[in-house]
Design a protein around this ligand. Sequence first.
Ligand code: KMH
Ligand code: ZN
Length: 276
Amino acid sequence: MDKLIITAAICGAEVTKEQNPNVPYTVEEIVREAKSAVDAGAAIVHLHVRWDDGTPTQDRGRFQECEEAILKVCPNVILIPSTGGAVGMTPDERLQSTDTNPLPEMATLDCGTCNFGDEIFDNTMPTMRAFGKRMMERGIKPEYECFEMGHLDTILNMAKKGQAPGAPMQFNFVLGVPGCTPATVANLCWLVNGIPAGSTWTVTGVGRHAFPMAAAAIAMGGNVRVGFEDNLYLSKGVLQSNGELVAKVVRIANELGRPIATSDEAREILGLKPRK
Ligand code: KMH
Ligand code: ZN
């Protein structure tokens, strides 16, 4: 079994300071949360950015500023900027995060339209083909985000047709979003059984499912994402930092005997180029 890659989704687009005062909005707050996660054992930071008032944005300049600031204090971390942004953003708006200098090593690619609470997260086939093309042209490795069972088939078909980067593919199964596939071990097993040999995968359990899904992935040889984007609580009612969420995953992994990957080890496992 490979070492465990932990991703910290430190910010997201939906959660607010009213829910947890540690949710980062400013560049300084984003750096603080990224550092807390990396210091605790995260190899990857999945990044959304906000304006200072908390409004989610996919502004290219804001991504540039936040990524440079994070890399100053965590020079080796793998950044996976979001191309999902927030519900309602246009594809062009969302793609700005793939336009920074240097280009990101990876970026998310959302694999289909789905319910998202009371809203609809729109990812039409033309949108996904445009995102796949962009990532192939720019050598950015996608993290394929599947919120629904059918999303896996969709992206496998796209990759087969050369519309999105193929092997080795990295999947993130985001389970438990209200209105989408529930976070159960049975659903996770079904998805994992459907990925091509040589692929890697991560699970994200939303809300109270964060740590049960993490434990399942640690036992199954997959990887784990936690963070404010998905879950604000360390345990029922206990609000903490992203670092403390990552530290809890590290504790579970230690108990189960699964060592934690550094960012360089994660690059090797994911098939990314070593960092110069
Ligand atoms: N904010 C969600 C609507 C991604 O980062 O690619 C979508 C999302 C997915 O967070
Ligand atoms: Zn995201």
